[in-house]
Design a protein around this ligand. Structure first.
Ligand code: ASP
Length: 306
């Protein structure tokens, strides 16, 4: 088993499949009255969040607690980080406290890689800048597999702000490893061609959502990340929504079995219409629930739980 999960590229097909299978076992637990497993009793998991998060932070906390680990939640606000303490000094503090795993979210791409040099425990990337978010890709793959029965040969269209999306990057890497065919869709300004090619040579690119939709088993909508935009990438929100938003007429052109995904948080009415987000084809709430099982599997396997 790998020690750290810093990138979806850390996972070969065998390891990724083991995580998904273990997550399925963990999911079976959540139906029981007593949801706790003693697997990580006496182990310490630190959630080190330098960037805002709702789903991911709560999900990692729930996952570690269900495995009976001791959980320490650290957020940059209200800590010595706001006094200018460096990541290295914070890491050394965590090391001194004996953290067995550190789950880190940071605005700087590569922060989890640096952290892994300074702590002895496992490092899990919970989102680093615009770089990667590997547990999101795992929970997305898990959701696709449980809804559609397979990943191999699945046609997945990832739509929108690819440029700023760590979710897209991790998904391209993981889905390609697991045999799915990914197409990135969005305005040319938001799809760096060199990035798409470097991530996986088999990844296709399209600027025309309407032509891609009828051939997609999965349509994954991305949030337009205005907080990371320094330039203007499209004429207006209305124009973006008209060309790249998933509304009801577009959803009706999807194959009957196809599903709609979104990692959250959503800009309802921009990249996704509320009726689409709330439709039975949408897996958005399921993705959140699956996130806990997948993160349980990750912590369990990385920490060699028994
Ligand atoms: N929640 C995801 C992330 O942290 C996606 C997003 O923010 O749009 O990357």
């Amino acid at each position: 088993m790998i020690k750290h999960l810093r990138s979806a590229a850390d996972l070969d097909a065998e390891t990724a499949t083991l995580i998904l299978d273990t997550a399925a076992e963990m999911a079976a637990l959540s139906g029981r009255e007593v949801k706790k497993l003693p697997a990580l009793r006496g182990r310490t998991v630190v959630n080190l969040f330098y960037e805002d998060s709702t789903r991911t932070r709560i999900s990692f906390e729930a996952a570690a607690k269900r495995l009976s680990a001791d959980v320490i939640n650290f957020s940059a606000k209200g800590s010595s980080v706001s006094k200018g303490e460096s990541l290295k000094d914070t890491a050394l503090t965590l090391q001194a406290m004996g953290a067995d795993a550190v789950v880190i979210r940071h605005s700087a791409s590569g922060a989890p890689h640096r952290l892994a040099n300074w702590v002895e425990g496992s490092v899990v990337n919970a989102g680093d800048g615009t770089h990667e978010h590997p547990t999101q890709a795992l929970l997305d793959a898990y959701t696709m597999r449980s809804r559609l029965g397979r990943l191999d040969g699945l046609r997945v269209s990832i739509v929108g702000d690819v440029l700023h999306s760590r979710v897209a990057r991790s998904n391209v890497l993981l889905l390609s490893t697991l045999g799915a065919q990914v197409t990135l869709v969005g305005p040319p300004t938001l799809i760096p061609l060199d990035v798409a090619a470097a991530l996986s040579p088999s990844t296709k690119v399209s600027y025309d959502l309407d032509s891609v939709i009828p051939d997609s088993d999965v349509v994954m909508m991305l949030r337009v990340q205005t907080e990371r935009m320094q330039d203007s990438y499209f004429p207006s929100a209305r124009e973006y929504s008209r060309r790249y938003g998933l509304d009801l007429p577009r959803m009706r052109n999807m194959p009957e079995h196809a599903i709609v995904m979104h990692p959250g948080p959503m800009n309802r009415g921009m990249e996704i219409a509320p009726e689409v987000a709330d439709s039975p084809r949408s897996t958005i709430v399921e993705q959140v629930a699956n996130g806990v099982s997948v993160r349980m599997a990750v912590l369990y396997l990385l920490l060699g739980g028994k």
